[in-house]
Design a protein around this ligand. Structure first.
Ligand code: WQD
Length: 357
């Protein structure tokens, strides 16, 4: 009997990957998941706790492998053992500050890992790829809202963002050289929130820098005070503006991209996944406090180096061509993140581990 056709998801146990797999399974896809756990919970008996919880949430099984994209032999086994028809590629190192300290580590993981994956896909005649890209490729936007026509790569301010830009250009070249490639790159704006169950969420075991986890950890008392980096931007309240998008909206965006690829060859296309709404740091803090009935004490410090004043998407192209639109509100982003935080004060470490995976 023909093996079930599967979607290979790399970086599967990460924040976006784990949420995306919930939506893929609920849409009826068979999922083959791989992760190397560099950004998961270190030192736990079963590092695949996030994926076990995805199985619990959906009641469906996942074929799961611990695998690094730099381990071509192990990666090749996965392609041999499964009938893979499409790939969704999340696996990458993504800490902006760390990327400036260790550029080679980031280029090796994010670029060589991608090349290894592409070579194996081609060897197995798999050409459908959804690539996890980022609004960071736009650098300081010359016009707002940001459309897919905005220039990319010109003034990206960090190594992490450059790896995303270089992979996008690599995929363009690949698609030009070989018309069999069928690629969608999704440029996320600022992912926040968590699955409504509170069972999976953003659990960076490394020092994190993103705003929402910081707000949440101050609210729960794990950090004393939030630092607002700069209140002298030319924005209504002086603080930085971003397009925060619920991680479950990102998840449905990936399924919409998969379905678009299944409909036929499109070469390579790029889509912004954002809400189209710009929200300031101060607005997010106030919304989080009001929705969750908590206080988030803060201090104002000078601007963070490399920060951009204002970024928000024009999501019309994804809406018209993928039939996708973000539906979660800022309030839901705040309440869903808080539910995850309060149910898991120490992230996935909270779980007592009985069975390995
Ligand atoms: C948001 C706003 C800060 C922390 C980064 C990556 C990007 C993407 C999303 C992967 C800014 C302010 C933050 C804090 C603050 N990641 N802030 N105090 O920098 O927009 O984007 O994460 O794809 O690639 O660059 O997100 O959450 O760090 O900052 O005042 O403690 O919050 O100045 O205005 P950013 P962020």
């Amino acid at each position: 009997m023909m093996a079930a056709q599967s979607v290979l998801v790399t970086g599967a146990s990460g924040y976006i990957g784990s949420h995306c797999i919930v939506t893929l399974l609920e849409a009826g896809y068979e999922v083959v998941a791989l992760d190397n756990f560099t950004n998961s919970v270190h030192g736990m008996k079963n590092e695949s706790i996030a994926l076990e919880r995805v199985e619990e949430i959906t009641g469906k099984k996942i074929s799961f492998y611990k695998c690094d994209l730099l381990d071509v032999e192990r990666l090749s086994e996965i392609f041999i053992n499964h009938k893979i028809t499409s790939v969704i590629h999340f696996a990458a190192m993504k800490a902006v500050g760390e990327s400036m300290q260790f550029p080679l580590l980031y280029y090796k993981n994010n670029l060589i890992g991608m090349i290894n994956l592409l070579e194996l896909m081609k060897a197995h005649e798999i050409f459908n790829l959804v690539f996890s890209s980022s609004c960071t490729v736009y650098g300081e936007p010359e016009k707002l809202p940001i459309t897919e026509e905005n220039e990319t790569g010109k003034n990206v301010t960090n190594v992490y963002g450059r790896t995303k830009y270089f992979v996008e250009e690599m995929l363009r070249d690949l698609s030009t050289a070989d018309e069999r490639w069928n690629i969608i790159a999704l440029r996320y704006f600022n992912p926040v929130g968590a699955h409504r169950s509170g069972r999976i969420g953003e659990d960076p075991t490394k020092p994190f820098t993103n705003l929402m986890p910081f707000i949440s950890q101050v609210a729960i008392g794990k950090k004393d005070v939030l630092t607002i980096f700069g209140d002298d931007y030319s924005t209504p309240d002086g603080t930085g503006i971003r397009d925060y998008i619920h991680v479950m909206d990102l998840a449905t965006g990936h399924v919409a991209a998969m379905k678009k690829l299944e409909k036929g060859k499109l070469g390579i296309k790029f889509y912004n996944l954002g809400t189209g709404a710009g929200v300031s740091v101060m607005s997010l803090i106030k919304t989080f406090e009001a929705v969750n009935n908590v206080k988030v004490p803060f201090v104002i410090q000078p601007r963070r180096q490399g920060d951009i004043s204002t970024m928000f998407a024009d999501p019309k192209l994804a809406e018209s061509e993928l039939g996708w639109k973000a539906v979660y509100t800022l309030e839901e982003m705040c309440s869903d993140f808080w539910r995850w935080q309060t149910m898991n004060p120490n992230g996935y470490k909270t779980e007592s581990h009985t069975n390995g995976h």
